[in-house]
Design a protein around this ligand. Structure first.
Ligand SMILES: Nc1ncnc2c1ncn2[C@@H]1O[C@H](COP(=O)(O)OP(=O)(O)OP(=O)(O)O)[C@@H](O)[C@H]1O
Length: 356
């Protein structure tokens, strides 16, 4: 099923939760709604599900306006962060639940129900837990059962609201890979709410970045990561160094350093350069060297990458650089040494927002 939302507005009292949001969710794709707490992700998901009614705008399911369609008729499957499985029912009965409560005319036979639940438990790789009760499962197992339960009624859309939010980092990581594989098998149009950028970039086909009820950017994970459309997206997707200054004649002057602004532009005014830590070249300082002169305050050199905390000599601001550990060792850098850094790649926004 394709999902489209058009010009959705939703207020809670004076508070604007969704501000004229328009988006398309392609058939069979997994889309992540990503943004900070309170930006409207869950509200948008609830509008699509029919659990919340927008003040204006439309939700189109397969091109048809869904406003008159009740939650049940939208054929939506849900998985929430704290999905309460029925504690007094076995795992098997939890998954069978949605099939058993169907009206008599639609309800499958007992044999069909058994087969279906068995298949679903195999799909989520937990068939060996069929006779257990929810309190006897781990958090990750419970979420996989919750997913099997949502899938039992063959939803045409799957909505996942921070499904792994309550789990520890290692289990989260395992489950998101598992979810991706499952999605590749089933191809149900799915929307996944998260505030974890790594999770969104790893799992999704398409990422929607939201901020204060607005959509900031939509794109494939590599597109939004490598070509952020706004300072907000830059800051939200991974660590970034920010250099404030003034732009004139294609050059950003920031403290004692100056950077050539990429691309053709005649924009002038206050400007901010964004540089990711791995996009900085680091060298030992030699007199006259080009770049920003810094002091190495601290180095964390464990694993393949060395993370360097640097302090600018001119403004005392902190800069984070990440270089291969091999290079760090071969340079033989010591804490307290004076170094010079140069951006290999940067992006400049003039007057916060006007991209050049
Ligand atoms: N029923 C409600 N009544 C009043 N305000 C609400 C209601 N539901 C949501 N809000 C407000 O709307 C804003 C958006 O909430 P929403 O749950 O959509 O955010 P979110 O992006 O999903 O955040 P989180 O990641 O914290 O869940 C929040 O500021 C929230 O307090």
């Amino acid at each position: 099923m394709t999902i489209e939302v058009k010009n959705i507005n939703k207020r809670f009292g004076d508070f604007v939760a969704l501000n004229n949001v328009s988006l398309a969710f392609p058939q069979g794709e997994l889309t992540a709604l990503l943004g900070p707490s309170g930006c409207g992700k869950t509200t948008l998901l609830r509008c699509i599900a029919g659990l919340e009614h927008p003040d204006s705008g439309q939700v189109l399911l397969d091109g048809h306006d869904a406003s008159e369609r009740h939650v049940r008729e939208r054929q939506v499957g849900f998985v929430f962060q704290h999905y309460a499985l029925f504690k007094h029912m076995t795992v098997f009965e939890n998954v069978a639940f949605g099939l058993r409560v169907k009206s008599r005319s639609e309800r499958p036979s007992e044999d069909q129900i058994r087969r279906k639940v068995k298949d679903l438990l195999e799909l989520v790789q937990l068939d060996w837990l069929a006779d257990r009760y929810p309190p006897q499962l781990s958090g990750g197992q419970r979420q996989r059962i919750a997913l099997a339960r949502a899938l039992a009624v063959e939803p045409r859309v799957l909505l996942l609201d921070e499904p792994f939010g309550a789990l520890d980092a290692k289990v989260r990581k395992e489950l998101r890979r598992w979810l991706r594989r499952l999605h590749d098998e089933l191809h149900v149009t799915s929307i996944f709410v998260t505030h974890d950028q790594e999770e969104a970039l790893e799992v999704a086909d398409q990422v929607v970045l939201m901020n204060k009820g607005n959509v900031e950017q939509i794109g494939a994970p590599d597109e939004v990561y490598n070509h952020p459309a706004s300072p907000f997206v830059y800051g939200f997707l991974g660590n970034v160094n920010v250099f404030h200054g003034r732009v004139q004649d294609g050059v950003l002057a920031s403290g004692d350093a100056s950077f050539t602004v990429p691309g053709e532009s005649s924009a002038a005014g206050k400007g901010t350069a964004y540089v990711r830590p791995h996009e900085l070249e680091v060298d030992r300082y030699t007199p006259g060297a080009e770049g920003i002169v810094v002091k190495l305050r601290r180095a964390h050199a464990i694993g393949p990458l060395a993370q360097l905390d640097l302090e600018r000599g001119d403004t005392n601001e902190l800069i984070e650089a990440v270089i291969p550990n091999e290079r760090f060792s071969s340079l033989g850098l010591q804490e307290g040494e004076t170094l010079v850094v140069r951006p290999k790649r940067l992006r400049v926004f003039v007057d916060e927002g006007a991209s050049i």
